[in-house]
Design a protein. Structure first.
Length: 312
């Protein structure tokens, strides 16, 4: 029997591409997209769509029962930079939505859950270079606190109630199909649009701020891979470190200049600099590599070529 999948927050940066990938793999009608707003045309036309508020347990439950959903991918969240503007809302959305989905699984109404964590679970006291899977975690943003707390609850629901929940700590994601939704690494997408439209970009982080990043295709592949892996391979039920590449704004600017020679970069760090400074600069993902054979395929060079090609 093919699985039925519900994606919550399907119209965002990751949800859009994830939904299309899942529809390609499982069949369009098997994958129900949902969000509080409509998504792009491709997503809306290719399969079922429901308006669902991730804060509303009954809406999620009714949709799961109606479509006989097996798996839920919970992508709705308030991200790091927006979360600092609305800490109370960020906490409520990020935590309540997770409990709703975990409780559905605990009560046997769905079988499997994907919930993304983030490099934001780390903080200024974490070793910054090659941050290990298990290390000090003292996040300073409400977003990071919600992700770290979420990880603890995922592990708890797995060990106490046997919930099959799987999670990845995504780094900053670079994509061309959908714009990012209010994170600290958004500059690494904006820069491509500005380079092509205006041949200049004012970056909100300083030139030497190295952060872990990943091309969307790798992130989607990792998500599908961890969800398809046999349960016994998933030994971390909090969340897995995942690494693609690591670069500074100056690095990506000079890589773009190789293709757009007239491109000029300037720097005007804002409040997001403080968030970036509290995060790791690179991630050790050897646990994911060992447990479920993860391997990244995009470095900065390849990412820049792909991004410019698609956006042109
Ligand atoms: N994009 C990244 O670089 C990145 C990095 C690390 C972790 N993540 C995590 O991945 C997940 C998806 O991130 P994204 O970048 O796609 O975010 P996004 O902001 O682009 O998309 C989130 C989607 O959730 C929807 N949403 C907001 N409130 C909702 C609600 N109450 N009910 C239903 N839907 C709601 C929004 O309309 C949006 O379409 C989040 O949990 C995020 O924390 C993202």
């Amino acid at each position: 029997m093919p699985q039925k999948i519900l994606v919550i927050g399907a119209c965002g940066q990751i949800g859009t591409e994830l939904t299309m990938k899942l529809r390609e793999l499982h069949g369009n009608d098997q994958v129900i997209a949902s969000d509080i707003r409509e998504g792009n045309e491709e997503l809306m036309r290719s399969g079922p769509f429901e308006i669902i508020d991730a804060m509303d347990y009954d809406q999620i439950e009714n949709t799961c029962l109606y479509y006989e959903v097996d798996e839920v991918y919970l992508m709705a969240a308030m991200l790091s930079a927006t979360g600092e503007k609305f800490p109370d809302k960020a906490w409520k959305l990020n935590m309540n939505s997770l409990f709703h989905v975990l409780d559905l699984a605990k009560d046997g109404k769905i079988n499997k859950v994907f919930w993304p964590s983030s490099i934001a679970v780390f903080g200024p006291t974490t070793p910054q270079v090659d941050t290990p899977q298990h290390t000090i975690m003292e996040p300073t943003t409400v977003y990071g606190i919600s992700k770290q707390t979420g990880e603890r609850w995922c592990e708890y629901y797995h060990s106490k109630y046997g919930v099959d929940v799987r999670s990845i700590r995504y780094p900053g994601l670079i994509s061309w199909k959908t714009l990012p939704g209010g994170g600290t690494t958004d500059y690494a997408v904006e820069i491509f649009h500005k380079a092509l439209e205006e041949q200049s970009y004012s970056c909100f982080l300083s030139e030497d701020t190295a952060l872990p990043m990943m091309y969307m295709e790798d992130a989607i592949r990792a998500t599908v891979q961890i969800m398809e892996a046999p349960g016994e391979q998933i030994k971390e039920r909090s969340s897995y470190n995942l690494s693609g590449m690591s670069f500074t704004p100056a690095d990506i600017a000079s890589e773009i200049q190789k293709h757009v020679p007239e491109f000029q970069m300037s720097y005007a760090p804002d409040s997001r600099q403080q968030i970036a400074d509290s995060w790791p600069s690179s991630i050790d993902d050897s646990t994911a590599r060992e447990d479920w054979n993860w391997n990244s395929t995009y470095d900065l060079k390849k990412t820049v070529v792909e991004m410019l090609e698609h956006l042109r």
